[in-house]
Design a protein around this ligand. Structure first.
Ligand SMILES: C[S@@+](CC[C@H](N)C(=O)[O-])C[C@H]1O[C@@H](n2cnc3c(N)ncnc32)[C@H](O)[C@@H]1O
Length: 255
């Protein structure tokens, strides 16, 4: 493809959320987050295995495929990117074609990851999706139950306190003040919009991110300077899995 052809195809698929570099063509040079996700990747990359030879990767909410492509570049045998939005998947398809990287792409909601059961994934990426979900804990439970990765690479937008909260095992009914502690785990509900985006539903503080991950059966370890956590499955899963049975049919997924 000539540069002009790439520019035309990038334009036809805009707007882009991922600022990719495709043979010198930038897909989102004026991104409101700056060089996104490049800046996140530079902080995260040293914390990830440098060699993913023989490993398989699932990227849930892959968008235009930035992380899928980077993990494929690290030698992963298989990378599957899934997203709810066909337009983003078309961007990812174009990016993979131009980068000449073999990344599989499929339209799938996180609520339907049970459809992937039986396919083994060593690494699952779940970045930037949690706060877009009306049922965030269900999504974490489903990932833990059905794709059970060795390593979950997780990120959420965080608002409110950055503090950690060492919760007691129990509190008496009369205890009220603890809920007003700034670092008590809180998931802020957005009834209308945040950042001009009506799909931002629940935005956790830092203690809440960590508590939710633990509650879904993961042992989270923060990547310094980021909102990213590397999570290993904790044994056992404290709550034993999702409350709703998995949908394995072809009935489509609700957002
Ligand atoms: C903020 S972007 C994050 C993209 C990428 N993971 C990253 O970290 O840069 C959120 C992505 O999640 C996708 N998404 C939203 N709801 C989803 C769902 N229920 N299942 C799968 N993907 C979803 C959106 O289409 C979008 O591509």
């Amino acid at each position: 493809m000539t540069r002009e052809e790439i520019e035309a195809r990038v334009r036809a698929l805009s707007p882009w959320f991922h600022n990719l570099e495709l043979e010198g063509v930038r897909t989102a040079p004026d991104h409101f987050l700056g060089d996104y996700p490049g800046a996140v990747w530079r902080a995260l990359a040293p914390a990830l295995p440098a060699d993913l030879s023989g490993k398989s990767v699932l990227d849930v909410g892959c968008n235009a495929g930035f992380f899928s492509l980077e993990l494929k570049r690290r030698g992963a045998a298989r990378v599957l990117g899934v997203d709810l939005d066909a337009r983003y998947l078309a961007q990812a398809r174009l990016a993979a074609e131009i980068a000449r990287l073999d990344v599989e792409l499929r339209q799938l909601s996180v609520y339907d990851v049970a459809r992937l059961e039986g396919e083994r994934f060593d690494v699952v990426v779940f970045m930037g999706v949690l706060y877009h979900l009306r049922h965030p804990l269900l999504a974490l439970d489903l990932i833990r139950a059905h794709v059970a990765p060795e390593l979950l690479v997780f990120q959420s937008m965080i608002r409110g306190s950055q503090g950690r909260f060492p919760a007691a095992p129990d509190y008496p009914f009369e205890e009220r003040d603890v809920f007003d502690h700034p670092s008590w785990p809180k998931l802020h509900f957005v009834e209308r919009r945040y950042a001009h985006d009506e799909t931002n539903w629940w935005i956790p503080n830092r203690a809440c991110v960590e508590a939710m991950l633990r509650s879904a059966g993961f042992a989270p370890s923060p990547v310094p300077g980021t909102e990213v956590y590397l999570c290993r499955p904790a044994d056992p899963d404290p709550f034993g899995g999702p409350v709703y049975p998995a949908r394995r049919g072809e009935d489509g997924g609700a957002p």
